[in-house]
Design a protein around this ligand. Structure first.
Ligand SMILES: Cc1cc2nc3c(=O)[nH]c(=O)nc-3n(C[C@H](O)[C@H](O)[C@H](O)COP(=O)(O)O)c2cc1C
Length: 265
């Protein structure tokens, strides 16, 4: 799958314009005798040499026409319509549907194009219930030792813990699908890569009629619950947890705009 400029390059189409050399982020292309020479061992396989090649020497497919790309107005509407979902429908998306939601990961950028994102998918009410089991057990232990009382007081989460104790799933909110986004620990920008990937999936999910919920609580619990870990993700770190499913009810009104700051430096 990984792109190799050397393998894809078709010399007979090359005009020697040198654009590939100019756009290469790693400086691994040199024009020698009118043609690019690739120092392939340092190539990050970003594909930009091919993307900008006027003669399409690397045999890429054409990008969509501008009018087919989502407009700023439509993108803003997507953001206005997206809300965190805390009432999921019990309908379970099929594996094929989930793969379709995740397919945008093939377009998600990663630092120095290292890629390596793994999404562990927990699908179905029973599987999600299974995730909750050790959480409830942990809470029972903390209750017995009185530590949960202290945690509740210190974090302001007493009401949250009480609802959990009452058997309410206020962690996954009845979501039929939970995504755990993992990235290799060795990736220098791994944390950011994983967050971008999860945000990309979140937006794609909304365009397909699903809803999502970022799950900071599950992300924190991951450190405490060994049974959530898997040998598949050894050497990785968790960067985001996203619940997904059909929303049980659609938001009717827009949230008031949020504050942010712009500081000109
Ligand atoms: C990183 C992150 C973690 C979050 N964790 C949780 C969570 O554990 N439980 C929850 O109910 N909402 C969680 N949320 C959702 C936020 O509470 C929500 O985004 C915020 O209230 C704004 O609502 P909106 O997403 O509908 O715009 C999280 C959001 C983010 C960005």
């Amino acid at each position: 799958m990984r792109f190799s400029p050397e393998r894809s390059f078709n010399k007979s189409d090359c005009t020697g314009c040198g654009i590939c050399e100019k756009v290469c982020p790693s400086g691994v292309i040199e024009i020698q005798n009118g043609y690019p020479f690739f120092r392939i061992d340092k190539c990050i396989a970003c594909g930009h040499c091919g993307v900008y090649c006027p003669a399409n020497c690397f045999g890429f497919d054409r990008v969509p026409e501008t009018e087919d790309i989502c407009s700023s107005e439509k993108y803003l509407k997507l953001l206005e319509a997206r809300r965190s979902i805390r009432y999921f429908s019990t309908i379970i998306p099929s594996e094929e549907e989930i793969c379709n939601v995740l397919s945008v990961l093939s377009q998600s950028p990663t630092g120095v194009n290292k890629q390596g994102i793994t999404v562990r998918v927990v699908r179905g009410a029973e599987a999600v219930e299974e995730l909750l089991r050790p959480v409830k057990k942990l809470l029972r232990i903390l209750d017995c030792t009185g530590i949960s009382f202290l945690i509740g007081k210190l974090t302001g989460m007493s009401a949250y813990l009480r609802k959990l104790r009452e058997g309410r799933d206020i962690i996954f909110r009845g979501a039929p699908v939970v995504f755990f986004f993992h990235v290799p620990r060795s990736n220098i920008t791994g944390r950011t890569d994983g967050i971008i990937a999860a945000a990309t999936v979140m937006h794609h999910a909304v365009t397909l009629g699903y809803g999502t919920l970022w799950n900071g609580i599950a992300e924190k619990l991951f450190q405490l619950i060994p049974s959530w870990h898997s040998s598949d993700t050894k050497g990785t770190r968790l960067t985001a947890v996203l619940c997904m499913g059909y929303p049980e009810m659609a938001p009717e009104w827009k949230v008031p705009p949020r504050d942010y700051m712009v500081k000109w430096c």
